[in-house]
Design a protein around this ligand. Structure first.
Ligand code: SF4
Ligand code: SF4
Length: 293
């Protein structure tokens, strides 16, 4: 395998050991919840938790797919727990979150792909979070799988009216066979276009450092712009373990800025592009900024 590249200085973030972190962790454990923030050891955890954002992982922590970049264990998950939406809502309320992101593993084994469980979670959050500490209603973002292109599954989620619907394309299409083998780029773009057509806020994103070129990143931004997507995120891929594909390149912060400029020029209102950007990073800020447009 390729020799490991040195981690550049702009990616070195010290994981803080704060109170917020400890309190959040015990609450999440008590309620038998999974957060992506903790399981992915996300470098933004301190910033996100202290600004009232967290990402809950619903429908289990075992996935029916096996994307090369992902740290989630592949396998057969348990049936959805009907009490989970209530526990997510309770966790979000007790953490005083102002922006809640809900995502899931991909459940190709479930007839509805888990869409009803997503909808139930959004509704439970809506009633548990009438207003955050600042008096503004909390915003709810769902980061959904492709539901294998099922229009009915997407409609189930749309009916619950989350504030933002996010679906990541993850990488340019040429890299799907290697990086996202069970997914379909065109199907993902179609999902985003449907979200837009339904009048909801659409968001997507990708990682760089998985072998793509800058031209491919720009072409992907053009495809996202064509769907009418409102928010795009681009961040540096970080290898979760030695068993994952190596980082092919560390993209310089200036190049990330050039991607953002390109995305804006294509008409995407908000492009968050920087080494540490993750799909859910700064998500509330993106939502607030959209309201000003
Ligand atoms: Fe959690 Fe996302 Fe923030 Fe990371 S960027 S800490 S996963 S909310
Ligand atoms: Fe990970 Fe999502 Fe791929 Fe499953 S579908 S392996 S959770 S990225």
């Amino acid at each position: 395998s390729a020799p490991s590249l040195r981690i550049p200085p702009w990616l070195r973030v010290k994981l803080p050991c704060s109170h917020t972190y400890g309190d959040t962790r015990s609450l999440v454990d008590d309620l038998r919840l999974n957060t992506v923030c903790q399981s992915a050891k996300c470098p933004n955890m301190f910033e996100c938790f202290s600004s009232g954002t967290a990402t809950f992982l619903i429908l289990g922590n075992v996935c029916t797919r096996n994307c090369a970049f992902c740290n989630i264990t592949p396998g057969q998950a348990a049936p959805p727990d009907p009490d989970e939406p209530r526990r997510v809502a309770e966790g979000a309320a007790r953490l005083g979150l102002s922006h809640v992101v809900v995502t899931s593993v991909t459940r190709d084994d479930l007839p509805d792909g888990g869409s009803a469980h997503f909808a139930a979670t959004v509704r439970a959050l809506r009633s548990a979070l009438p207003a955050a500490a600042n008096g503004q209603p909390a915003t709810i973002e769902v980061l959904i799988p492709d539901f294998r292109g099922s229009r009915a599954a997407l409609d189930t989620v749309l009916d619950a009216a989350p504030d933002i619907i996010n679906h990541n394309v993850e990488t340019p299409p040429a890299h799907y066979p290697r990086i996202r083998p069970q997914a379909d780029y065109a199907q993902s773009l179609e999902l985003l276009a449907r979200v837009r057509a339904a009048g909801a806020i659409a968001k997507s994103g990708l990682m760089v450092g998985l072998g793509e070129t800058d031209d491919e990143v720009r072409a992907t931004l053009a495809d996202l712009a064509a769907t009418g997507c409102h928010i795009a995120t681009i961040g540096q891929y970080m290898r979760p373990s030695r068993n994952h594909p190596p980082v092919e390149r560390y993209v310089h912060p200036d190049v990330f800025e050039s991607y953002a400029a390109h995305g804006h020029a294509l008409g995407i209102p908000h492009v968050f592009s920087a080494p540490l950007v993750r799909s859910s990073y700064n998500a509330r800020a993106a939502y607030d900024a959209l309201q000003q447009l």
